[in-house]
Design a protein around this ligand. Structure first.
Ligand code: AMP
Ligand code: MN
Ligand code: MN
Ligand code: MN
Length: 297
């Protein structure tokens, strides 16, 4: 196996993707096939609050000659906001992570009841049943399912409007009180010998100063990296974020946050790599085997 390069300029790597185990459109197997056909070599499956797709993805990856890193994208609370944490699990979901994911499933159930209650209050009858309709997989619901229900009921014209008016950050359907606190979720990941990475730091609409505070809190709680490249982003913002990571010694990751084909991004799609020197996530000692380096003894 050829080891991964020393820079984030590694077009064969995508460490953030979703399958039907959460709100992605492709089965884990179909996702792996698409990654293979796009020439990717090193991939991670990071469904929301779940590793249910990992076994199927691992079998497909093995067959296709892809190197798979198991993971999950956890929703957590941080100073009154919801942020997303990628937990990479080179040894799989060990007991602490399994317990954490079981807690996340319960949190989602409670949250879905509350989202439904709030949407019913604005006129969407039987909101939970409508969100569940058409979801054939055994998976917890999320805001995208409620968004689809709002569109199908004719309350809003499209998904974007559903988020803008009812489900996006700060709107009445944005229920965050059930999520664990940042430090708690990082505890599950670290106790499972995993690596915690802050997902898409530019997507929380924070000022630079507040983003710095988030990165500080994340590092203090044991987080080791952040996504420098996530889908499409502004090059100036990328450069600025690179500096913020370098200042804190955080490793830098890349991922498309792919959910469905036919959109504007595909597995492997990220914006340009900035010139600011950063250390790629795959330099982490726990990811040596994934990166194709000799495993430290
Ligand atoms: P949840 O995990 O239930 O909080 O749902 C969050 C998911 O909703 C994200 O991962 C996206 O897939 C999707 N989402 C969030 N904001 C938007 C938006 N403005 N438009 C479309 N999808 C969105
Ligand atoms: Mn999603
Ligand atoms: Mn996310
Ligand atoms: Mn995601």
């Amino acid at each position: 196996m050829i080891p991964l390069p020393d820079t984030l300029a590694a077009p064969g790597v995508d460490l953030h993707m979703h399958s039907t185990a959460s709100d992605g459109a492709l089965s884990p197997e179909a996702l792996m096939s698409l990654c293979r056909s796009r020439g990717l070599t090193h991939v991670a499956l990071t469904d929301h609050d779940s590793v249910a797709g990992v076994a199927e993805a691992a079998a497909a990856a093995e067959r296709l000659g892809l190197t798979l890193l198991p993971g999950a994208e956890l929703s957590v609370q941080w100073r009154g906001l919801t942020v997303h944490v990628l937990g990479y699990l080179p040894e799989g979901a060990l007991a602490p992570m399994c317990e954490g994911l079981a807690a996340q499933a319960e949190a989602r159930e409670a949250r879905n009841l509350e989202i439904a209650r709030r949407l019913e209050a604005v006129g969407l009858d039987d909101a939970l049943a409508r969100a569940r309709a058409g979801v054939t997989e055994q998976r917890p619901l999320g805001r995208p399912d409620f968004a689809r229900a709002l569109v199908e009921a004719g309350v809003v014209p499209d998904i974007a409007a559903a988020f803008k008016r009812y489900l996006g950050a700060g709107k009445r359907g944005d229920v965050k009180m059930h999520w664990p606190y940042l430090g708690e979720a990082l505890g599950w990941i670290r106790a499972s010998r995993g690596v915690a990475v802050l997902a898409h730091p530019l997507r929380y609409k924070l000022t630079r100063r507040k983003r710095g505070l988030l990165l500080d809190d994340f590092a203090t709680a044991g987080g080791e990296g952040a996504e420098l490249l996530s889908g499409f982003q502004n090059p100036d913002e990328t450069r600025d974020l690179a500096r913020q990571l370098a200042e804190r010694g955080l490793l830098a990751s890349r991922g498309s946050d792919f959910h469905f084909p036919g959109g504007h991004l595909a597995p492997g799609t990220v914006s340009d790599v900035p010139r600011t020197p950063v250390t790629p996530l795959w330099h982490h000692p726990s990811l040596a085997a994934f990166a194709g380096r000799a495993v430290p003894s």
